[in-house]
Design a protein around this ligand. Structure first.
Ligand code: NAD
Length: 476
């Protein structure tokens, strides 16, 4: 079995020296396609020393020079995006067209940070004493430990790398063990663009071992994690014990509220497109569809038809519109959510079953009239299940939407300015998108509140996450 050279430390690639190796599967067939070298504690010590040295080099490199290197990396990623997309599809399963958008779009994220890094402005504060200068400087926080997940192997990782590097930080990134190859190619592009050795390091391994080791190290000054709420809670607690700053982008359970004054067919088509993108394995995926009662039957019918019509198949086949789930755990989880919802009184309007073909497939699934006590209404499904329920009163549905501890994304559809304003003001969510899908651009902040985490990636906030504030007061 081919062993992937997965570990980048101080500019050198290796397979790591851990006795254990990972197994990489093709989710479209269920077959193992490669083994993955894991980093041992000794490798992590080397990575930490490299990141400490790399930080000293990189923080002294001008923002202008850093920007030029990052822009070269953006160009290389775009040039190589077809090959990178094929690796995403092979290991993660999404249709090639979605993978191409992810790989090509990574260039946009890098470009954004390349520019924003040149604008890490401080400020000058008028002094009380004549002749004094009061200056606020923004400085890179230090070496970063970043942990990124498998659902968007490239776009989750690129935000962390580009944000840290644009700010002048070095980084040790732990990529997702399920989907390593596109992450490796992303890092190779940064390396080929001229990022000096030690500034960007990539490791894979036993996740809890790596995160504990890195977060405890005095070298690391900042933690960034994207993944589930329980793991985020654990890493946030570790970071807190060490008084280290932390950005946590965790799970969501996005409400999708449809008022009766919209083009119902169009909103249903948009909703189904959003729901089943990446087979629903998106933290901002709409999961709870609340539809005003008078348009409920029409919405359910249009949405279910759109779901049932999706062509499910291997991501590399040109006509596949939804690929397999990333791993068998997700398939088992989907079946359990469906069985539980039906047992407590929901109706199955589409899908509801895994495929009999090999691979980790689960049909696009629509559940209607789902009672509040169904698990899928309060646990993040992270898969291709839409739960649709009717509502009568807008304030009541806002309360229902806000009732969960999650607060990542929320979607609402109405032609009324008054309703749109109320929804934007009252939905407890880090991101509210009204009448379209308008989140996750490089220049806008992406992040949650409540159990969905804290801190943002993207926008000027994404750079701020890697900067500290130094106040200099000077006389003479
Ligand atoms: P998981 O929580 O076991 O893993 C999620 C990610 O975190 C993986 O990449 C994993 O390698 C990493 N991870 C796990 N334990 C870790 C640790 N102790 N230290 C550092 N990294 C660690 O869940 P899973 O079964 O792989 O995925 C399903 C769940 O993960 C979903 O329910 C969803 O909530 C969450 N998830 C969220 C996102 C997101 O974009 N926010 C992405 C992927 C997965």
């Amino acid at each position: 079995m081919r062993v992937i050279q997965s570990i980048l430390i101080d500019g050198h690639w290796s397979s790591g020296s851990h006795e254990q190796q990972g197994a990489v599967f093709n989710p479209a067939t269920g077959e193992q396609i490669a083994s993955l070298g894991f980093a041992s504690p000794a490798d992590l010590d080397l990575a930490l020393a490299a990141a400490a040295r790399g930080f000293e080099v990189w923080r002294k490199t001008s923002a202008y020079e850093r920007s030029k290197i990052l822009r070269r990396a953006a160009d290389l990623v775009r040039e190589r995006s077809q090959a990178i997309a094929e690796l995403i599809t092979l290991e993660q399963g999404k249709p090639l067209a979605e993978a191409q958008m992810e790989a090509f779009g990574a260039g946009d994220h890098i470009d954004w940070y390349a520019e924003e890094g040149r604008r890490a402005y401080g400020r000058v504060i008028p002094p009380r004493q004549r002749g004094a200068r009061q200056i606020v400087l923004r400085e890179p926080i230090g070496p970063v430990a970043a942990f990124s997940p498998w659902n968007f192997p490239v776009s989750q990782l690129v935000r962390k790398i580009a944000g840290a590097l644009a700010a002048g930080c070095s980084i040790i990134a732990k990529g997702p063990e399920e989907t390593p190859s596109s992450c490796i190619e992303l890092c190779r592009a940064f390396q080929d663009a001229g990022v000096p050795p030690g500034v960007l390091n990539l490791v894979f391994g036993v996740p809890a071992q790596i995160s504990e080791y890195l977060i405890h190290s005095p070298v690391i000054r900042k933690i960034s994690f994207t993944g589930s709420v329980p793991v985020g809670r654990a890493l946030g607690a570790l970071a807190g014990q060490q008084l280290k700053r932390c950005t946590l982008e965790l799970g969501g359970h996005a409400p999708f509220i449809v008022c009766d004054d919209v083009d119902v067919e169009a909103v249903a088509a948009l909703g189904a497109g959003l729901k089943f993108r990446n087979a629903g394995q998106i933290c901002a995926s709409p999961t709870r569809f609340f539809v005003q009662r008078s348009v409920y039957p029409q919405f359910v019918s249009a949405f279910s038809k759109a779901g049932a019509a999706l062509r499910v198949g291997a991501g590399h086949l040109a006509d596949s519109q939804m690929g397999p789930l990333a791993n068998p755990r997700r398939v088992a989880a989907m079946q359990a959510y469906v069985d539980d919802a039906l047992a407590v009184g929901a109706t199955l309007a589409a899908g509801g079953r895994p495929s009999e073909a090999p691979g980790f497939y689960f049909a696009p699934t629509v559940l209607t009239d789902v009672p509040d006590n169904a698990r899928v209404m309060h646990e993040e499904p992270f898969g291709p299940i839409a739960s649709i329920v009717p509502f009568d009163d807008l304030q009541q549905v806002i309360d229902q939407a806000n009732a969960l501890p999650f607060g990542l994304a929320a979607f609402a559809f109405t032609r009324s300015i008054a309703r749109a304003t109320l929804l934007a003001d009252e939905l407890q969510s880090g991101m509210v998108s009204i009448n379209h899908f308008g989140i996750a651009a490089p220049e806008t902040p992406f992040g949650g509140i409540k159990d969905s985490g804290y801190g943002s990636e993207g926008g000027s906030e994404g750079l701020d996450a890697y900067l500290t504030t130094k106040f200099v007061s000077q006389v003479g």
